[in-house]
Design a protein around this ligand. Sequence first.
Ligand code: SF4
Length: 203
Amino acid sequence: MLKISEVFWSAQGEGLHSGTSSIFIRLAGCSLRCPYCDSRRAWKTGRSLETVAILAEVIALKAVRPHVRVVITGGEPLEQNLKELVAALHRLRCRVALETNGLHFQDLHFNWWTVSPKDVSGYSVHPKLWAKADEIKLVVRPSLDLDVVKKMRSCTEAPIFLQPERRDRRRYPRTYAFYKTCCAAGIPDVRLGLQLHTIFRIP
Ligand code: SF4
């Protein structure tokens, strides 16, 4: 049984798979309380569903979009045991991606790992995630400095996306300025990122 906030289709809004048709399974609950969180609804509310019920919703969405990927997101998905759900999705021949804040680890088969460390947790990352991460996403806030990015670069070769904070009026100039600082410091594969779902106002 998992606590699920919502299951829906949309375009992936962030990272290397931006614009990709995707089914999102949003897990409810997250022990962090980021001030810029764009999924606050998932903090508390959710339906308790058996794996078979979650799959039924995925199958209904997949029926007309057979080539979509499935993205397990949150809330923080790794605060619940995903073993049964992930195995069931692979049996459905889904490509399964994970989006996590980096604090927890489960040794499961995901086709794509997005790790998004947060300032409220001191940008902590579970040590076992570094070998798995396919991309790193960072929200550019005043607390994000070069040392944080350099430390991450020393732990992984995955691209590091710098994204604007959604609620900050100065977000684009601040994000671009920090991107330039990272590039000038010679940190490899730092990328300027966007949130397509914010621009297009889609889920
Ligand atoms: S880790 Fe993610 S889901 Fe949790 S509060 Fe922060 S932004 Fe929201």
